[in-house]
Ligand binder design. Structure first.
Ligand code: BGC
Length: 941
C-alpha cells in the first residue's frame, strides 16, 4: 500500500501565506520498498480532513470518489485572510481499501484583500542620501526601526510579519534576522505586482519592549539595470519598506481587538546604513567604521555606537497588486570553499573556487584583525582567467567588486555583501594583508581559511537527476544544473555576471522543458509568467510581449515582435502544464497566448510572418560573426514561420484542455493553414527544405511540418548528410540546438545524435568540457582554444540555453518522458547508443518518483529497471522493440508503440538483447579536399 506525503497547496512552496482562499490540494505516493502489493495501484477515491484553526470548529471530513490526486479542488468553504487550517488525506485503492492517513499539513492564507493592509511604505524624510561621491547616482541603503511594546498576554500566541520592500530588504526582530530569504522580495514587474512575504515570528517576540528593524537597498527597484550604461531608479526615486506585524489570533476571526498590529507609518525612524553602496552589477561598499547598533534597543549593546535616528516620510500605498508569491525565496543553498590561491603573472592574488557559481563571498572578520583603521579590502569577481589574469572584459559595465573598509578593531564574526550577487569562479583579493612582504604562504593559508563562497538562487526543490557511464556527459549535465541554479535567481535570466542578468524570454523558452525536469519550477515560472502577461497586455495593446520580463529595456530595445523569444507566451505555459498537470497555467495565461498568436505576430497574406520582420532567429549560430550573432545561416523568417506552426498547434491543444471548443476548432484549422503555407513556401515536392540547414530541417522534423512520410524521410536523410558533412560539430544556434538531437532520434538515427554529443572539436558540447568548463557557456567557444576569451563583447560563461540538450539526455538517453500532462502516463523508452554502457534518470513527478535505469553488459545483455509511481501508468518500450517509426512525438505523442507494453505502478525489471555498438561510430562525409584520416575526436570515457 503506498504511503501518502502530506498534502501541498497550489504550487506554493510552504503553504504559509498562500494567496487564494480555496487552495487546490495535491499529494504524492511513496511506494514501499519492493512491495509487491504496490503493483498497479490506482486511486479510486480520497478522504480529506480539514481542521480550521478556529478552536470552536469541529474537524470537517470529505469523501470524494475520484482518481485525481493532483490539484484537487478545495473541499471546504473559502478560507479568510490569515486563516489557518490543518489538512490531511488518505486514498482508496480500486478495491476500496484505504491507505494510512498522511501527516497533517498547515495551510495559511496571507492578506487576501487590499484592505487588510494598514501599513504604508516609508522612506527617509530627508532627500534620499546618495551612496558616495564616486557614484553619486546610487542610493545609500537605509535602515528603519520601530520600538514597540507587547503586552505579556499576547506574546506566544501567533505573530506574523507581512513585509515588502521598495528595493531589497532584510528584517530583524530584537536583533535576530527574520527568515533566511535573500534579495527579498525578489524581482517582479513592480509596476504591476509587488511580492510581500509572510514570516512566522512568534518565537522572536518577547514581553515588554521589542524592536522591529529593516534595512533596504536599491536592488532591482532603484539600482542600475541594463546594458550600455543602463538606467537607474526605473521603478521609483525612493527606496523604502512596507511592513505589518500582527500579534494575536490567526483564526480568520477578523476582529481587530484580538490583534495588536505594528505597521510602518510616520512613527518609525530612519538611519543611513553602514553599507554605503549596494548595487547588483557593481557590488557593495561596506564601511565598518560606520557600523552602529540598530537592530536592538539602545542599552543592549556594549561596543558599537548607537545609530542616529531621523524621521521617516510615509509614501502613497503601492498601486501595484500586492502578491503573495508561489515561488520559493532566494536562499543560500550551498557553501563552497576555495580550492586554491593563485598568484598571477602580474603578482595579483586570486582565489579559485573550482566552480563557476552565483552568489557572494563570506569573510571571517578575525582574519582582518591586524589591518589598521580605514584600510580597504577589495574583492573583484570574474568567471575565468585569461593569460593567467582575472578575465573581466566579458563583464562589460559591471564592476562586480565588493569593498570592505575595516575599523581597526579586532572584530569577530563574518561579513558578506547582502544586496548583490556575482557570477564567478575567481575572486581577486586586494588589501587582505597590509604588508605584501609578509610570508606569502601564511597569507594564502589565511585566505583559504577565512573566505568562502555562498551560492544563491531561488530555492526550488530538485526533482530530476541523470547519470550515465560517460563521465564527460555527466559533467555536461552537471554544468547545466549549475547554469540553471545561477540563472534562476528570482527570475529566469540569460546570464548572472555582466550588465544584463535579465529575463530574456527566448532563453527560458528554449530551456523550459529542461528546467522543469531538473527542479520544480512551477511556483517561480508561474509567477514570472504573471508578469509577462501583465506587461504584454497592459503596457501595450499590440499583443507583443517585451523581450525581457520584467521589462526594463523600453529605451534600449525596440518593442518589436520576435519569434522564438515572444513564442514563450504560448510555449512556457504549455510546458508547465505538461510538466505539472496544472491547467491553471493555461487558464491564467490564455489571453496572453491568444493575444500573441492573434494580434502579436505580424502576418502576410499567406498567414505566415511578414517576411521583412527582423528576427534574432537561430541566434548565435556558430557560423555567425562574433559581433553579429543574428547573422545566421538559417533564415530568421523560416525559423519564425516554423515556430508559428508550432505555437498554433499548441494553442489549439491548450484551448481543448480548457474546454474552449470553438477556439480549439479555429486554431486547429489555423494550424492546418499555416502548416500548408509553410510547406508551400519552403518545401520542395521531394522534401528538400529551402535554406537546407540543420536548424531548418530539425525544426521541420520536430514540429511535424512535412506533408507525408516520404518527404519527411527524405528530409531526415538530408539532415544526416548535413550532420556528417559538418563532421558532427554543432551547426545550430538558439533555435536549432534544443532540437537537433531530438530530430536525429526521430529520424531513426540516434547514433548521429550520440556522435554529435561526444564530438570534442569546437563547436560542440564536449569542447567546453575539455576546456575545463563548470557551467554552460553562451558561445560554443566562449573561451578559444588558445586561452583567449572570445572577442565577441557578448561572451558569458554561464548561459543555460545551449544546455537544453539535457532534455534529450532525460527523454531519449535515459528514456523517460511525459505522455499525459503531469506525468499521469509516461513513456520509458531508452535509446541506447554511442559508447554508453549505462544510463539512468529519476524524476519526482506530481504522483511520485519515476525512474529508469538501463545497462548493457557482456556486449549485448540489456537490462532495464523501471519505477512507476502509484496512480500512474507507463508505456515501456525496450530498444529491440522500437520500430523504425517509434518516435518521440511532440506533446507526448508516441507515433508507434512498437511492441511496448503498458504497466502500472511498482518496480519492473526487463532483460533483453541489444548491442548499441552497431553502426558506431558513424563516419563523417569526406569533403573533396579533406584529408581522409581525421584525428579521432570522440570524447574519451
Ligand atoms: C542575451 C541573450 C538574449 C539575447 C537576445 C543577449 O544579450 O544574453 O541570451 O536572448 O541578448 O538578443
Amino acid at each position: 500500500m503506498p504511503i501518502l506525503t502530506a498534502p501541498t497547496a497550489e504550487q506554493h512552496a510552504t503553504g504559509l501565506g498562500i494567496g487564494t482562499p480555496t487552495p487546490r490540494l495535491s499529494w504524492r505516493f511513496v511506494l514501499g520498498e519492493a512491495d509487491e502489493n504496490d503493483n498497479d495501484w490506482t486511486q479510486s477515491a480520497y478522504d480529506i480532513e480539514v481542521q480550521r484553526s478556529n478552536a470552536s470548529s469541529t474537524p470537517e471530513s470529505y469523501h470524494v470518489d475520484s482518481p485525481d490526486s493532483v490539484l484537487v479542488p478545495w473541499p471546504s468553504t473559502p478560507l479568510q485572510s490569515r486563516e489557518r487550517a490543518g489538512v490531511r488525506v488518505r486514498a482508496f485503492s480500486r478495491a476500496g481499501k484505504p491507505t494510512e492517513w498522511s501527516a497533517w499539513t498547515a495551510v495559511e492564507c496571507g492578506l487576501l484583500d487590499r484592505k487588510d493592509w494598514t501599513a504604508v511604505p516609508i522612506t527617509s524624510a530627508a532627500v534620499s542620501p546618495v551612496a558616495s561621491p564616486d557614484v553619486p547616482a546610487a542610493l545609500r541603503p537605509l535602515r528603519f526601526r520601530k520600538v514597540f511594546s507587547v503586552a505579556d498576554a499576547t506574546v506566544a500566541t501567533v505573530a506574523r510579519l507581512y513585509i515588502t520592500g521598495l528595493g531589497v530588504y532584510r528584517a530583524f526582530l530584537n536583533g535576530t534576522r527574520i527568515g533566511d530569504h535573500e534579495m527579498a522580495p525578489g524581482w517582479t514587474s513592480y509596476k504591476h505586482h509587488l511580492n510581500y512575504e509572510t514570516f512566522e515570528v512568534t518565537h522572536l517576540l518577547r514581553p515588554g519592549n521589542n524592536v522591529l528593524a529593516v534595512e533596504v537597498a536599491e536592488g532591482w527597484y532603484a539600482g542600475r539595470l541594463g546594458f550600455h550604461g543602463g538606467m537607474r531608479r526605473i521603478y521609483g526615486e525612493d527606496i523604502g519598506v512596507m511592513a505589518q506585524l500582527e500579534v494575536g489570533q490567526g483564526d480568520g476571526d477578523d476582529s481587530d481587538d484580538k490583534r495588536q498590529t505594528i505597521v510602518t507609518d510616520s512613527s518609525w525612524q530612519c538611519s543611513p546604513s553602514a553599507t554605503l553602496r549596494a548595487e547588483i552589477y557593481d557590488g557593495e561598499f561596506y564601511d565598518m567604521r560606520e557600523e552602529t547598533e540598530w537592530t536592538t534597543s539602545s542599552s543592549s549593546s556594549s561596543s558599537t555606537a548607537e545609530a542616529t535616528w531621523s524621521p521617516v516620510r510615509t509614501m502613497a500605498p503601492p498601486t501595484a497588486e500586492l502578491v503573495s508569491p508561489s515561488a520559493p525565496p532566494v536562499r543560500v543553498t550551498q557553501t563552497v570553499k576555495p580550492l586554491a590561491v593563485i598568484t598571477t603573472p602580474s603578482g595579483k592574488t586570486i582565489l579559485d573556487f573550482g566552480q563557476n557559481l552565483v552568489g557572494r563571498l563570506r569573510v571571517q572578520l578575525g582574519a582582518l584583525a591586524s589591518l589598521p583603521r580605514s584600510h580597504q579590502v577589495v574583492f573583484t569577481h570574474a568567471e575565468v582567467l585569461e593569460h593567467g589574469e582575472l578575465g573581466i572584459r566579458p563583464l562589460r559595465i559591471a564592476a562586480c567588486k565588493d569593498t570592505l573598509i575595516v575599523d581597526g578593531t579586532t572584530a569577530t564574526g563574518e561579513w558578506n555583501p547582502n544586496y548583490t550577487f556575482h557570477g564567478f569562479r575567481y575572486a581577486q583579493v586586494e588589501g587582505f594583508a597590509q604588508d605584501q612582504d609578509q610570508d606569502q604562504g601564511q597569507i594564502k593559508d589565511r585566505l583559504l581559511a577565512s573566505v568562502v563562497a555562498d551560492v544563491l538562487h531561488t530555492d526550488m526543490v530538485r526533482t530530476g537527476h541523470f547519470a550515465c557511464s560517460h563521465p564527460k556527459v555527466n559533467k555536461l549535465h552537471e554544468n547545466t544544473v549549475w547554469s540553471m541554479r545561477g540563472n534562476f535567481l528570482s527570475i529566469p535570466t540569460d546570464c548572472p555576471q555582466r550588465d544584463e542578468r535579465l529575463g530574456w524570454t527566448g532563453d527560458i523558452q528554449v530551456f523550459c522543458n529542461s528546467a522543469n525536469f531538473l527542479y520544480n519550477t512551477a511556483g517561480m515560472l508561474g509567477d514570472w509568467l504573471r508578469d509577462l502577461r501583465a506587461e504584454q497586455l497592459l503596457d501595450s495593446d499590440d499583443g507583443v510581449p517585451p523581450v525581457v520580463v520584467p521589462d526594463i529595456l523600453q529605451t534600449l530595445w525596440p518593442h518589436a515582435p520576435l519569434a522564438v523569444w515572444d513564442d514563450v507566451t504560448v510555449l512556457a505555459p504549455w510546458d508547465l502544464y505538461r510538466s505539472y498537470g496544472d491547467a491553471g497555467f493555461l487558464q491564467r495565461q490564455y489571453d496572453s497566448m491568444v493575444a500573441w498568436v492573434d494580434r502579436g505576430v505580424p502576418r502576410g497574406a499567406d498567414g505566415l510572418w511578414v517576411s521583412t520582420a527582423p528576427q534574432l532567429g537561430d541566434w548565435l549560430d556558430p557560423a555567425a560573426p562574433p559581433d553579429k550573432p543574428e547573422e545566421t545561416r538559417t533564415s530568421g523568417i523560416l525559423v519564425a514561420d516554423a515556430y508559428l506552426v508550432r505555437v498554433t498547434d499548441v494553442l489549439a491543444q491548450a484551448s481543448a484542455v480548457l474546454g474552449k471548443t470553438a477556439d480549439a476548432i479555429r486554431y486547429t484549422a489555423d494550424a492546418h493553414r499555416v502548416r500548408a503555407a509553410f510547406q508551400n513556401k519552403y518545401l520542395t515536392p521531394a522534401g528538400l527544405l529551402v535554406g537546407d540547414s540543420q536548424t531548418g530541417l530539425a525544426l521541420a522534423i520536430v514540429f511535424d511540418l512535412f506533408p507525408s512520410a516520404q518527404t519527411r524521410a527524405f528530409a531526415a536523410a538530408r539532415l544526416v548528410e548535413l550532420v556528417r558533412a559538418a563532421r558532427f560539430r554543432v551547426a545550430t544556434g538558439f533555435a536549432g540546438t534544443p532540437l537537433i538531437t531530438h530530430a536525429l532520434t526521430r529520424a531513426g538515427q540516434p547514433q548521429m545524435a550520440y556522435r554529435m554529443l561526444l564530438e570534442t572539436r569546437s563547436p560542440s558540447w564536449m569542447y567546453p568540457i575539455l576546456m575545463g568548463a563548470t557551467t554552460i557557456w553562451e558561445r560554443w567557444d566562449s573561451m578559444l582554444p588558445d586561452g583567449r576569451i572570445n572577442p565577441g563583447e557578448m561572451t558569458s560563461f554561464n548561459h543555460y540555453s545551449l544546455g537544453s540538450v539535457v532534455h534529450w539526455l532525460h527523454g531519449s538517453v535515459a528514456g523517460v518522458r511525459c505522455l499525459e500532462a503531469g506525468w499521469r502516463t509516461f513513456a520509458v523508452s531508452p535509446v541506447p547508443g554511442g559508447a554508453l554502457t549505462s544510463a539512468e534518470a529519476s524524476y519526482e513527478t506530481a504522483y511520485g518518483r519515476v525512474q529508469s535505469k538501463w545497462s548493457i553488459s557482456d556486449g549485448d545483455k540489456f537490462v532495464l529497471d523501471v519505477l512507476v509511481p502509484a496512480n500512474t501508468r507507463a508505456l515501456v518500450i525496450l530498444p529491440h522493440e522500437r520500430s523504425a517509426a517509434t518516435e518521440e512525438g511532440q506533446d507526448g505523442r508516441v507515433v508507434d508503440e512498437g511492441q511496448g507494453r503498458w504497466v502500472g505502478s511498482g518496480r519492473h525489471h526487463y532483460e533483453s538483447q541489444w548491442s548499441s555498438t552497431a553502426a558506431w561510430p558513424p563516419a563523417a562525409l569526406p569533403g573533396l579536399f579533406d584529408a581522409k584520416d581525421e584525428p579521432d575526436s570522440i570524447a574519451a570515457v
